[in-house]
Design a protein around this ligand. Structure first.
Ligand SMILES: CC(C)(COP(=O)(O)OP(=O)(O)OC[C@H]1O[C@@H](n2cnc3c(N)ncnc32)[C@H](O)[C@@H]1OP(=O)(O)O)[C@@H](O)C(=O)NCCC(=O)NCCS
Length: 175
């Protein structure tokens, strides 16, 4: 997985917004329905965000899949993408490329829901294993992956830049 440091953090709300209709984690949709919303979330979460076009290639080329959660921030407002994740598929292996949750909607189960949707897809596709890379300093992501059965299987020295950091390679075996 690539750069995982937030590019910018919006001002923290006084308190977490109450869950809204449509923000429920089980309401997963595939990415192509909300490409621009995912690209907007990328800009909020990553220094080198993927464009809507890159996300479309990930999901529409038969090489990958993405799932997302949407929420309705205010009565009458348009749905927004609150969380999404993507996975490349090579023969019988999955590689999770992106998982991002809107800063205002973290720690309410959305990251977990997106990861579980990707793993469910991997099992249904009979993949043998799913891998990902993560910064060792990204304690939230590391905890999320360990909670879902991923284990460290190696390191890539100096994989990340700005700041330079190794990548922890994590894997879950499905067969
Ligand atoms: C990592 C990220 C996806 C987690 O999403 P989230 O919706 O906040 O996570 P959830 O609420 O589903 O939490 C699931 C588990 O993740 C772990 N976790 C989430 N946030 C955490 C935090 N701030 N500190 C420690 N553990 C945390 C916990 O194990 C949690 O399980 P628990 O609630 O039973 O303790 C989110 O913080 C994010 O988008 N970060 C920026 C982008 C990023 O770094 N992506 C990963 C790239 S490798």
């Amino acid at each position: 997985m690539r750069e995982d440091q937030p590019q910018k953090q919006p001002a923290a709300p006084a308190e977490k917004p109450a869950p809204q209709p449509g923000a429920h984690p089980v309401r997963m949709q595939k990415i192509p329905a909300h490409l621009e919303g995912c690209a907007a979330l990328e800009k909020l979460c990553f220094r080198e965000p993927w464009s809507a076009h890159s996300l479309e290639l990930l999901c529409n080329d038969g090489i990958g899949v993405g799932y997302l959660c949407t929420g309705i921030p205010a009565p009458g407002a348009q749905p927004m993408v609150t969380a999404y994740g993507g996975m490349l598929i090579t023969v019988d292996e999955g590689q999770i490329t992106n998982i991002a949750v809107h800063p205002d909607y973290r720690q309410r189960g959305l990251g977990n829901a997106v990861l579980r949707a990707l793993l469910k897809h991997a099992k249904a596709a009979h993949l043998g294993r799913v891998t990902l890379e993560v910064r060792p300093s990204n304690t939230a992501a590391l905890a999320l992956y360990k909670k879902n059965g991923f284990a460290e299987v190696g390191r890539r020295r100096g994989f990340y830049t700005k700041p330079t950091e190794d990548a922890v390679i994590m894997e879950i075996r499905l067969k």
